[in-house]
Design a protein around this ligand. Structure first.
Ligand code: ZN
Length: 247
């Protein structure tokens, strides 16, 4: 509890949350959260530092984790499936935090799902509540903690998707920010519509039943296919493996 209290001031970056429903009837709950890009919280140290910066990597390719007291068993089970999913496909390992591990993620159940991007140093929260209880969403948030932003934040995204700014809820345009090449790298992996880190086509839409906010261009990919939350795509796997020098 004390840790959570200490970290609460970080939520000063909160924007107003709202609810959207997807055309497919399924939500990506992390896209509806009140945080930057729905589910990212800024580093208190250097907010706009990107994943290129090596200091955001986990040492020894290992993420230590600790559940808050009373973190529900069924969410612990989803978390364990999510870390197994990642560690079976990459060289990143996950281990319960011991008293000797200074850096670790502290898994809490707050009002929405969110994560920092990369290792912050010391304890860092990751919020995975019941409203986000799906394997894909847990994997998505944990990949943020490994050091990845959203796929459509890539420097080259405008060659692959069009942002329909007029369809975005007023004030939410910031959720479609992209980063430059000094901040993030694509690891020379092609733009990936099937990434688990991609928004779906109606994210932050004024009218999610009828209006897309992000659509593939120069591609035969239909809008409905982006934003999957089933599992890591081949591109996701390659990028994590390259970030952590697995391959
Ligand atoms: Zn996210």
């Amino acid at each position: 509890m004390e840790i959570r209290r200490k970290l609460l001031p970080l939520t000063v970056h909160i924007l107003i949350g709202f609810t959207i429903t997807g055309t497919t009837g399924e939500d990506n709950p992390e896209e509806t959260g009140p945080y930057f890009e729905g589910d990212i919280i800024f580093s208190p140290i250097k907010p706009f530092s990107g994943r290129l910066d090596e200091r955001y990597r986990w040492n020894n390719k290992t993420v230590h984790y600790k559940f808050e007291p009373n973190y529900p068993n069924q969410l612990q089970a989803t978390f364990k499936r999510a870390i197994d999913h990642i560690s079976e496909r990459t060289c990143v390992k996950f281990q319960p935090r011991t008293e000797w591990d200074a850096d670790y993620i502290y898994v809490i159940s707050s009002t929405s799902c969110y994560s920092y991007v990369g290792r912050q140093g010391g304890v860092q929260v990751i919020s995975l509540p019941n409203t986000c209880n799906s394997l894909g969403t847990f994997i998505h948030e944990i990949i943020h903690a490994l050091g990845f932003y959203h796929e459509q934040s890539r420097p080259d995204r405008d060659e692959h998707v069009e942002i329909l700014w007029e369809n975005i809820v007023a004030g939410k345009e910031v959720q479609f920010r992209k980063y430059d090449v000094n901040q993030i790298t694509t690891y020379e992996v092609n733009y990936d519509y099937s990434s688990i880190m991609h928004y779906r086509s109606t994210a932050f839409s004024k009218d999610s039943a009828n209006l897309n906010t992000i659509v593939p261009i120069n591609s035969t990919e239909p809008p409905e296919t982006i934003g999957q939350r089933k599992g890591m795509s081949p591109g996701d796997i390659l990028k994590v493996n390259r970030m952590y020098n697995c391959v």
